[in-house]
Ligand binder design. Structure first.
Ligand SMILES: [Fe+2]
Length: 241
């Protein structure tokens, strides 16, 4: 059975609008395991306009510790990597604190862009994250910024930047967006998948169906390309974007 890393999740307990308890975190991780997922990246929200990096990092450390302690009793659960979903803010391109938000202390950091048409300044900031900080942005859930009728040119402009692109599994499952999702993946404009799971009720783990769909429609090579990006990111090498 093909598998991927779930690169975008809110499985950490009591840190954001995701899991509300350790029990819910375990339920989410069990759902990941049942769907064949071997590694999950925890990406709790960080909003610079109402949190300080220091406070966030402290809360994240506590939450990770609580979850990892309980996970020790369940070796069948996926491995846990830790990052953050950093909401864009002006000047993010030279904010030193971004290094602390990178996945497992490496060089890749998940960035949530605003839900407005992106300005040139925003694109420049994404470029600066690489140029000034030596980090590589992963643009979170690119599907939020493109629609079935209009793409705002975002995937094309992202292709010119030193970024990796993550799409949510649901993008591949909705009737109106499925073919666009498969096309972008096939064209190499999506590199990573995530469930963006928040809870067991209305934002659950939904990644298996998408992996199977990709394999059926685009063949195993498409999954192999995703696996190769995951590998390079988790081993902290630069992916060819
Ligand atoms: Fe998210």
């Amino acid at each position: 059975m093909s598998t991927v890393v779930d690169f975008h999740t809110h499985v950490l307990p009591q840190i954001d609008d995701g899991s509300a308890s350790v029990a819910e975190s375990l339920a989410l991780l069990r759902a990941e395991a049942e769907q064949g997922i071997c590694r999950v990246v925890a990406t709790p929200h960080f909003y610079a306009h109402y949190d300080t990096p220091k406070r966030f990092l402290e809360r994240r450390r506590e939450s990770v510790e609580r979850l990892r302690e309980v996970m020790e009793s369940f070796p069948e659960l996926p491995k846990l990597s830790v990052g953050a979903e950093v909401h864009y803010f002006p000047g993010i391109g030279d904010a030193d604190v971004l290094a602390d938000m990178a996945i497992d202390g490496g060089r890749y950091v998940l960035i949530e862009m605003p839900m407005v048409p992106w300005t040139d300044r925003m694109y420049r900031d994404l470029q600066s994250i690489r140029d000034c900080l030596g980090l590589i942005p992963i643009v979170a859930h690119v599907d939020r910024y493109i629609g079935p009728m209009q793409t705002y040119g975002i995937p094309e402009r992202l292709a010119e930047l030193p970024v990796a692109v993550q799409a949510n599994a649901g993008f591949f499952q909705r009737f109106l967006t499925k073919s666009m999702a498969l096309r972008l993946l096939g064209q190499g404009q999506i590199h990573l998948l995530g469930s963006d799971c928040h809870n067991m009720k209305d934002r659950p783990v939904n990644i298996r169906k998408t992996v199977d769909l990709i394999e059926t429609k685009l063949g195993h090579e498409a999954i192999a390309r995703i696996n190769s990006c995951e590998d390079r990111i988790l081993n902290d090498r630069i992916i060819p974007v």
